[in-house]
Ligand binder design. Structure first.
Ligand SMILES: [Zn+2]
Length: 405
């Protein structure tokens, strides 16, 4: 081989290596573009105090997965696709469901459910809608349209109380979902006075959901609003006591959000007891005997060393007990009968002015369908495919029994 050939071969090798390096660099660049980092604003990828990685079956879905039938778009856009309704079955006696029925209905009560976190509402053409903290703002039309999409996708509202007691009574084949609202603002719920009578304000989320439930009664009409009774709550007509009682009479729930909307992160045990116990004390002054049974953490913040005093304590002779404490981000929650259930439970932020990774539209599009909890219609039986049984606690409440298929 002469020197000329040697130089040619060396040149070829150098060019091949360079091509390889360039290809690797391009590939890495593409991967970074396809995998945006989680939103820094609201949905912290790792919820506070819950850094334990979720198990394999609850892994974060691949963000590049093909979206399901839930349409995306800005909140103002009317959904154009009606998702295929899941088959539903309303039995007189759920014990007559065969394994084939259960499989057809994709029953899985060892799955996860979305606990959606809402904040403010307004009309889409209101100046309120397009200014301020838009990621915490939804239009009334969006709320109604979303309820319709959720209904068609087989979701049914359950109360926080039923979730905490694992009393899932929605029909076989439907999926539980919980709506939570933070801060007790008037666009969530408020009253007006008509001819001396208190009525629901048509410009509030509860009114919109009531209208929806009139059309689709089996969607359910319930939710929980986390309030700070040390500041204004449900501003509008009526006294605070009248407002709270009106909401409770509708079948809705009130939860604790601290007395002054204070972050619990840097508080002493006594300060935490004040924030939680004082709110409970105020609640009972308005609605005697009413117990706030869960807490939504302001800003999702707390110090894990204080977990015990956050869960229960006493202030001024008034005791409080939180069966669950809700975080701000950012993934579906386990059922309370899951071996992975903890007292500190994640929620999913409703999609605001624009969509973000790990907000609710994102989860609707990306969560594998088989991961959602699907009811068997029987609150006394926890039913799941055999390979999911390992996620169900052996310590089931209220004499509930496990059924696998
Ligand atoms: Zn808040």
């Amino acid at each position: 081989m002469n020197n000329g050939n040697k130089i040619n071969i060396i040149l070829c090798l150098v060019i091949l290596v360079l091509c390889g390096v360039i290809c690797v660099m391009l590939y890495k660049g593409n991967v970074q573009v396809e995998q945006p980092t989680p939103t820094p604003i609201y949905a912290t990828a790792t919820p506070n105090g819950d850094p334990t990685p979720t198990p394999d079956v609850h892994m974060t879905p691949d963000p590049t997965a093909v979206p399901t039938d839930v349409p995306t778009g800005t909140p103002t856009s009317a959904p154009t696709v009606t998702p295929t309704a899941r088959p539903t079955y309303v039995p007189d006696d759920t014990t007559d469901l065969t394994d084939v029925d259960l499989s057809n209905l994709r029953v899985n009560e060892a799955g996860d459910l979305p606990i959606v976190m809402w904040h403010q509402f307004s009309d889409a053409d209101s100046p309120n809608y397009s200014t301020g903290t838009r990621q915490y703002m939804n239009s009334f039309d969006y709320l109604y349209d979303l309820c319709e999409r959720l209904y068609n996708a087989g979701f049914r509202l359950v109360s926080m109380e039923d979730y905490l007691n694992n009393n899932i009574t929605i029909p076989a084949g439907t999926k539980p979902i919980i709506f939570t609202f933070d801060d007790g603002v008037s666009s969530q719920f408020s009253l007006i006075e008509v001819n001396g009578k208190l009525e629901l304000n048509p410009k509030c989320a509860v009114y919109v959901m009531q209208k929806f439930a009139e059309k689709y009664p089996d969607f359910g009409f319930t939710g929980i609003i986390y309030v700070n009774l040390g500041q204004g709550v449900f501003d509008g007509a009526g006294t605070v006591a009248q407002r709270l009682n009106y909401l409770i009479d509708l079948g809705w729930e009130i939860g604790n959000h601290t007395y002054n909307h204070t972050s619990l992160k840097n508080l002493s045990a006594d300060q935490i007891k004040y924030q939680l116990g004082k709110n409970q004390e105020a609640m009972e002054s308005y609605v005697p005997g009413y117990k706030l049974k869960s807490l939504a953490l302001p800003y999702g913040e707390y110090d894990s060393a204080m977990a015990e005093v956050i869960l229960s304590g006493t202030y001024n002779g008034v005791s409080y007990e939180n069966k669950a404490v809700f975080l701000v981000g950012a993934e579906p929650a386990h059922m309370t009968t899951s071996v992975n259930h903890k007292s500190f439970v994640p929620r999913i932020r409703s999609t605001g002015y624009y969509e973000e990774r790990m907000d609710f539209e994102w989860w609707l599009a990306n969560q594998p369908e088989s991961y959602w909890t699907v009811s068997d219609g029987d609150p006394n039986t926890i039913t799941c495919p055999a390979n999911w049984a390992k996620y169900v606690t052996t310590n089931l409440p209220n004499g509930q029994v496990l059924r696998t298929y």
